[in-house]
Design a protein. Structure first.
Length: 238
């Protein structure tokens, strides 16, 4: 005796049920397709994380990487880099590529056109253009990045964004043309530099502290004066 209909009648077959992944946002029971990840954004975020990691590593260890190329950000007086580049070539080689990010149209003195790439910030206006600049700079794999911090309001935002986005050893150039490495071995110089820039070093430290302490009391006095003036005016009208 046959145990099933398929054995009794070979032409009778029970088709297996097909499983569908039902998506409420699609119709006719169409299976949903997996979305591909946004590869360019993932690569950019991965590149930025790697740059931050290397910057932190250089800060903690104080190690100087093998110097193959240098990027200088001309965020101050032009004469500072004109004198500095001579010392850099004496220390790391005359044929070393030293590129420049600047807001000027011409090269400074002592820079050679055959081993210097110049990036003018005026050519990178807009968010998309700035991203393209950061990508191009990161692709050059600079060993060192130098920024001018001379108290001048020149390319203030540009220099810090570039320093953050590039996986290179950072050094800071002051208004005297001297520089120091941005790492834990030079925390003393960095501390003095910050105190001097904020006005808390030297003879102006006491004056700056007095201003900071008196500032909230000055605001309170102005608020009380304004309140009393408006109150007396309202009483006279009534």
């Amino acid at each position: 005796m046959p145990h099933s209909l398929s054995e009794a009648n070979p032409e009778f077959r029970v088709e297996p049920k097909k499983s569908f992944h039902y998506n409420k946002t699609r119709r006719n029971n169409e299976p949903s397709e997996p979305k591909e990840p946004n590869q360019p954004k993932r690569r950019k975020s991965r590149r930025l994380r790697r740059a931050i990691f290397k910057s932190v590593r250089y800060f903690l260890t104080g190690r100087l990487p093998p110097v193959t190329s240098i990027l200088l950000v001309e965020s101050g007086t032009r004469g500072l880099l004109e004198g500095l580049v001579v010392g850099l070539r004496q220390a790391f080689g005359n044929q070393l590529h030293i590129d420049l990010v600047t807001c000027y149209n011409t090269l400074p003195k002592n820079f050679e056109a055959h081993n210097t790439r110049i990036y003018r910030v005026g050519d990178f206006r807009g968010r998309a253009a700035r991203k393209r600049l950061y990508t191009d700079l990161a692709a050059n794999n600079y060993s060192l990045v130098g920024i001018i911090c001379s108290g001048e309001v020149v390319m203030a935002k540009w220099k810090w964004v570039i320093a953050l986005r590039l996986a290179a050893k950072l050094f800071i150039i002051n208004e005297n043309g001297d520089y120091f490495w941005f790492d834990r071995l030079h925390l003393g110089a960095l501390r003095q530099f910050v105190l001097f820039r904020s006005g808390l070093a030297g003879s102006g430290a006491v004056r700056t502290l007095v201003r900071l302490i008196s500032f909230p009391f000055t605001i309170l006095y102005l608020l009380l004066y304004a309140t009393s003036a408006h109150a007396s005016r309202a009483l006279r009208k009534s």
